[in-house]
Design a protein around this ligand. Structure first.
Ligand code: B1M
Length: 216
């Protein structure tokens, strides 16, 4: 097995077998070995947390274990974050992006990755946090004259709040394109509510740049 593959396996296993030392140490190894931080997250840590999510859904894991696995993933991401930010060096402002997780939803690991990648891509990101009331998307977009607004939702029970965000922005006369993402969103859903879908943090940057007519 290649070094890279064994590091990715350790990242995945550290999260899914609830071993923080393994995940954090593997993140350090990934940085030392020059493994792309995006790959370390997507093909390592995120694979582990999704497996935890599946076990949770099958009632093979408790919510405390889900919370613990998420905290392990966050610790390992902290180790990867400097490499992630350095992976793209453009520092001029590509656009002003309001980003949040919709009302009722406290999942923010994916949203935070989107923020990091957008910042690395040169966007000024105004992160309004998780469980963000719809009005906050509108007020922040007005305040900063946003070029784009992004709403993350991980749950089927909160995905409708993405539509609320689009509707509230349009009612307030704000024309900035709205990007939606997260496990509960899809391309079809985005089209239905007048938004644009991005499936992961990398494509969020590509899609955002395309929307603003910037070089990808
Ligand atoms: Co919970 N949770 N969770 N959870 N959790 C899910 C979403 C669930 C699918 C698990 C399951 O049952 N299989 C399920 C939802 C079911 C449904 O849809 N109805 C669920 C549930 C039920 C819950 C609770 C209700 C559990 C409970 O308390 N009984 C509760 C929710 C409370 C609430 O929000 N009000 C809850 C809580 C939690 C934790 C706090 C323990 C933790 C979150 C910690 C945190 O975020 N700080 C957690 C976790 C970790 C998950 C799973 C396992 C993993 C989510 C994650 O971080 N993935 C999740 C299962 C799953 O998603 N398969 C699950 C890794 C992350 C990198 O991926 O977030 O998809 P993701 O982000 C990606 C893309 O989606 C995309 O880019 C990211 C990076 O590539 N993306 C965007 C995300 N946002 C984007 C925005 C964009 C563009 C792209 O533009 C704006």
């Amino acid at each position: 097995m290649t070094d890279k593959q064994s590091i990715l396996n350790e990242l995945e296993n550290g999260v899914k077998s609830l071993q923080p030392e393994m995940a954090v140490e593997a993140a350090r190894k990934a940085v030392m070995a020059g493994v792309s931080p995006v790959e370390a997250i997507e093909n390592g840590l995120a694979k582990g947390i999704r497996e935890v999510g599946e076990k949770f859904a099958r009632k093979e894991m408790f919510v405390v274990e889900l919370i613990y696995a998420a905290s392990i993933m966050e610790e390992a991401i902290k180790v990867l974050e400097p490499a992630l930010k350095a992976s793209k060096e453009k520092r001029h402002s590509t656009g002003r992006f309001v980003l949040g997780t919709v009302a009722g939803d406290i999942h923010d690991i994916g949203k935070n990755l989107v923020r990091i990648m957008l910042e690395a891509g040169g966007f000024e990101v105004f992160d309004i946090g998780k469980d963000a009331p719809t009005e906050n998307f509108v007020s922040k977009a007005k305040e900063i004259d946003a070029s784009l607004v992004g709403a993350s939702s991980l749950m089927t029970t909160t995905v409708d709040a993405q539509k609320d965000v689009v509707d509230a922005l349009r009612n307030a006369g704000i024309k900035a394109p709205v990007m939606v993402g997260g496990a509960a969103a899809s391309d079809e859903w985005a089209k239905e509510i007048g938004a644009i879908y991005a499936s992961d943090a990398g494509s969020a940057v590509t899609v955002a740049k395309q929307l603003l007519g910037k070089e990808v």
